[in-house]
Design a protein around this ligand. Structure first.
Ligand SMILES: Cc1ncc(COP(=O)(O)O)c(C=O)c1O
Length: 487
């Protein structure tokens, strides 16, 4: 079993008692996908609760359906936008799910919950005695620390020291402990080393939820992100032949799993994996430092279903930083208004974080590469929003000078309208195999995975399919756990 659901009754009973004492109930995958199933009692409490409050009722806001308000919101349709063509410069439509309206402002709060919940309800994590460790290069440790706080358990966030100041400032308010590892975004090996060190020092007192290998992360995105996209496509009445591509950068490879769900429904869809051109691991077996926080970490994550990936898009981080300024500086807004972007659309530009901009550029490259027309759709994800990175604007002003109309025109024209299909590789069978083979060096040589399992990922057709087959079992276990809390 790729997800450990072995029951440990004594620990499970302690977790039940703890949740009962703290008034905590756990949402199921069913409810995260379709929150209309959530009880009226929960909804009444949500009406009194802020989106970012550290209140366990916010576990029921782990869904793409939250009303886009800071306090008291219930549920509506899926949060998504269509990016205006004046911005994309593509003939095809580019649609994006919006991550800002998750509690603590990031979509990875879902994947971390999906890691914690099965461990709690099976008794593989002892909430009263153990600390949950969240190794991450971006928002995963934010979501993990937040969910741990909701569940009243200890947490340790591990992230590289160069991550944005906002991340550290906020983490200090929720995480039990924060460990900053050397380097930037792409220094994941240092994070893994720290995990091994912690394991050696603290052993049974911690449980490490490593997003890069934890299939619960894959499963949450397959189920919940995938279902949200399918719902939007249905709502807009997009014909099957026009559902052309899904573009997502890979940090842990979790978000990419929504593409696997889409491909199960729309077999013709192309799945594009984005990374930073400055760290072109998928494109060129390359390495390097870059500034697209949250993605591209000099290795291929264990949970990336490489055989299902059709294209690699390497995105220049300077384009992302330039567009981030275009989307957040006054001169950028004024220029885009002149170019015909209306006021509501300008207001939506704050929904893009830096990796969301990277995703947009991947989507643009795919739309152009496959020569998509007006009815075709590329879907992508805005994983968080600009509010995670406001300090970067001040830094860029200092490093690169003011952002005026001339700069806005340069960026709009160069990085968006004329974004080309360079550094985009359509993957053949052996390109995929080359990328898959890279897993050997990280996972088998360094991180203790077996050669046999690595081969199963490639050769066993049921390996990846066995994951969604586990969702109903997890939901049954959550239902039984909740029933015991209420008993
Ligand atoms: C800001 C940001 N963007 C993108 C990602 C990539 O998502 P995934 O890890 O699911 O591949 C992350 C991951 O934490 C992130 O923090």
């Amino acid at each position: 079993m790729l997800i450990n659901l072995t029951r440990h009754d004594e620990i499970r009973a302690r977790n039940v008692a703890r949740c009962r004492e703290k008034g905590i109930l756990l949402p199921t995958f069913r409810e995260m996908k379709d929150p209309s199933l959530v009880s009226d009692k929960v909804k009444a409490r949500l009406k009194e609760t802020g989106l970012w409050d550290v209140d366990p009722i916010n576990l029921y806001r782990i869904t793409w359906h939250n009303e886009p308000v800071d306090k008291g919101g219930l549920y509506g349709g899926v949060n998504f936008i269509e990016v205006p063509r004046q911005i994309t410069g593509t003939r095809a439509r580019i649609l994006a799910l919006v991550g800002k309206w998750f509690p603590c402002g990031v979509h990875k709060v879902g994947a971390t919950y999906a890691c914690l919940a099965p461990a709690l309800v099976s008794g593989n994590f002892d909430a009263s005695k153990q600390a949950a460790v969240w190794p991450s290069t971006g928002n995963y440790c934010r979501g993990g620390a937040y969910n741990s706080a909701l569940l009243g358990c200890k947490s340790i966030a591990i992230l590289p020291e160069d991550m944005s100041q906002e991340r550290f400032n906020w983490l200090k308010t929720v995480a039990g402990e924060i460990i900053a590892t050397p380097g930037c975004e792409s220094n994941v090996k240092e994070i893994f080393d720290k995990c091994h060190e912690l394991n050696a020092e603290r052993g049974g007192n911690i449980v490490i939820f490593n997003q890069f290998e934890q299939f619960e992360n894959y499963l949450w995105h397959y189920e919940v992100t995938g279902a949200a996209i399918l719902e939007v496509l249905e709502q807009l009445g997009i014909k099957e032949e026009n559902v052309r591509a899904y573009a997502s950068s890979t940090g842990s490879g979790g978000t990419l799993a929504a593409g696997d769900h889409l491909k199960d429904t729309y077999p013709g869809i192309k799945i594009g994996a984005g990374e930073a051109l400055q760290c072109p691991t998928l494109l060129r077996n390359g390495f390097g430092a870059h500034r697209i926080e949250g993605i591209g970490d000099k290795h291929v994550p264990w949970i990336h279903n490489v055989k299902n990936t059709d294209m690699v898009l390497s995105i220049d981080d300077q384009d992302c930083m330039d567009i981030f300024r275009l989307f957040n500086e006054d001169a950028g807004h004024e220029y885009l208004s002149k170019m015909g972007v209306d006021d509501d659309q300008v207001a939506q530009l704050s929904l893009f974080g830096i990796s969301g901009i990277g995703n947009l550029l991947s989507a643009i490259k795919m739309a152009k590469y496959y020569e998509m027309d007006e009815d075709d759709v590329v879907f992508t994800i805005l994983t968080d929003s600009s509010s995670m990175y406001t300090s970067r604007i001040a830094e860029l002003r200092e490093q690169q000078g003011p952002f005026d109309e001339l700069e806005a025109a340069r960026v709009h024209s160069g990085a968006l309208l004329h974004q080309g299909i360079d550094n985009a590789l359509e993957l053949g069978y052996y390109d995929r195999l080359r990328i898959h083979n890279l897993k050997y060096y990280t996972w088998v040589e360094q991180q203790g995975k077996t050669y046999e399992e690595l081969n199963r990922q490639w050769y066993d057709r049921n390996y990846w399919k066995s994951l969604p087959a586990m969702t109903s079992q997890i939901d049954e276990m959550i239902d039984a756990f909740n029933a015991d809390i209420l008993a």
